[in-house]
Write a protein that binds this ligand. Structure first.
Ligand code: NAD
Ligand code: MG
Length: 386
């Protein structure tokens, strides 16, 4: 029986993870869960999965959650301490890191230090602090399994091969809802248009990241750290059908790809059950239903966020953490109606322009760079009018 702690159980990844757990009660059980604001769903999940610990992001929500869980035996915690308690629960074998944004950094780091294996959905941890996380993974001897579909595809395509035989990693990207929207029309798109992803059903922040293609920039950095591969050996191909989830090219010219219906339950289940596979209910792939699978290069002039991500990658050190912070604020402000879609890139660009990259030697230094980026981006958003 594998005991899991799920950080972010009420989110899109969290809910899909719990569906897999519910389908395999002989294999998985829940030791601890955490959630942000959706207490109604969280209380229902606590009732169904009986975790020993349940933690809410804000300690102010503890009394309400306690009331909602009256009659259930569960230790209710809150705040950062609560998230850490959930991430480090004694009986936990694996932590599913599915909080969105840099808020996932501290509990995920605590889990690694407590020797827990990690199923990583929270790509922002590797974007902001990849070198520190990979050092911790090695130091504490834990295993890190990718949940992101592209990285799961790469992970599945490199198994049994020598890293020196890899010539290239090819990440695929759907191109999001605006793939075929002329660049000149992007200024007029609405929040609803931007959330309307053609292939994947995901949380709001990552859906906007997919629409701007910042998501692919974050994923290049994620791949760089997960697979210890230089960025110039990581290509991005637009593949609108989202059937090939990514590929690895070898020095002999062979390319190995992983295919499947676009459903996050498949990569989540693989991270949970590796090296075995379990049934997921994911729709079997019918390749005859497609008239063709297409691939082409992304348009960096149109998708400015992807271009900014490459700039941050090249600048290195603290720049990706600052870029990520500015992106989180810009996306949040766009979702709240405070800025327009094309201003997301403007906020990130101006925040990065005001930052001098410097080395980050600890998680605390990463958090400082993150706070600096958030404050700058908030000020810039305040000066823009939608
Ligand atoms: P989501 O917004 O649906 O869920 C986020 C979860 O984190 C929720 O449980 C929420 O309550 C919690 N949370 C939010 N802010 C928090 C805070 N400050 N402190 C503590 N908890 C907080 O997000 P999601 O789409 O499930 O994505 C989660 C992570 O997985 C992201 O990093 C995303 O990039 C990554 N990811 C998601 C998908 C997908 O299909 N949804 C695919 C690949 C990677
Ligand atoms: Mg992805």
């Amino acid at each position: 029986m594998k005991h899991l702690s799920i950080l972010g159980s009420t989110g899109s990844i969290g809910v899909s993870t719990l569906e897999i757990v519910a389908a395999h009660p002989d294999r998985f059980c829940i030791a601890a869960m955490t959630a942000g604001k959706n207490l109604e769903l969280f209380a229902r999940q606590i009732r169904q999965f009986s975790p020993r610990i349940a933690a809410v992001a804000s300690a102010d929500d503890i009394p309400r959650l306690r009331e909602m869980c009256s009659g259930i035996t569960v230790e209710i915690r809150g705040g950062v301490e609560g998230l850490i308690a959930a991430a480090t629960a004694d009986e936990t074998d694996m932590v599913v890191a599915a909080i969105v944004g840099a808020a996932g950094l501290v509990p995920t780091a605590a889990a690694i230090r407590a020797g827990k294996d990690i199923a990583l959905a929270n790509k922002e941890t590797l974007v902001t602090a990849g070198h520190l996380f990979m050092e911790m993974v090695a130091e504490f001897g834990v295993k890190l399994y990718p949940v992101d579909s592209e990285h799961s595809a790469v992970f599945q395509s490199i198994e049994g091969h020598r890293s020196q035989d890899i010539s290239k990693i090819i990440l695929t990207a759907s191109g999001g809802p605006f793939l075929n929207t002329p660049a000149g029309q992007l200024a007029g798109v609405t929040v609803r248009d931007a959330l309307n992803h053609p292939n994947w059903s995901m949380g709001r922040k990552i859906s906007i990241d997919s629409a701007t293609m910042m998501n692919k920039g974050l994923e290049v950095l994620e791949a760089r750290w997960l697979f210890d591969t230089p960025v110039d050996k990581i290509d991005v191909n637009i593949h609108p059908q989202s059937i090939i989830h990514s590929m690895v090219e070898y020095i002999d010219g062979c390319v190995i790809a992983q295919l499947g219906s676009p459903d996050m339950k498949a990569p989540i289940a693989y991270a949970l059950s590796y090296p075995e596979r379990v049934a997921t209910g994911v729709k079997p792939l019918d390749l005859t239903a497609f008239s063709g699978l297409t691939f082409y290069k992304p348009d960096l002039a149109k998708f400015r966020c992807l271009s900014l991500a490459y700039q941050a990658i090249n600048a290195g050190e603290s720049m990706p953490a600052v870029m990520n912070a500015a992106n989180e604020i810009a996306v949040e402000t766009f979702l709240a109606g405070g800025i327009g879609f094309v201003q997301i890139a403007e906020v990130i660009e101006r925040t990065m322009a005001g930052h001098q990259a410097h080395a980050l030697k600890s998680i605390d230094e990463v958090l400082l760079a993150d706070s600096w980026g958030r404050e700058q981006a908030r000020n810039i958003c305040g000066g823009l009018h939608n």
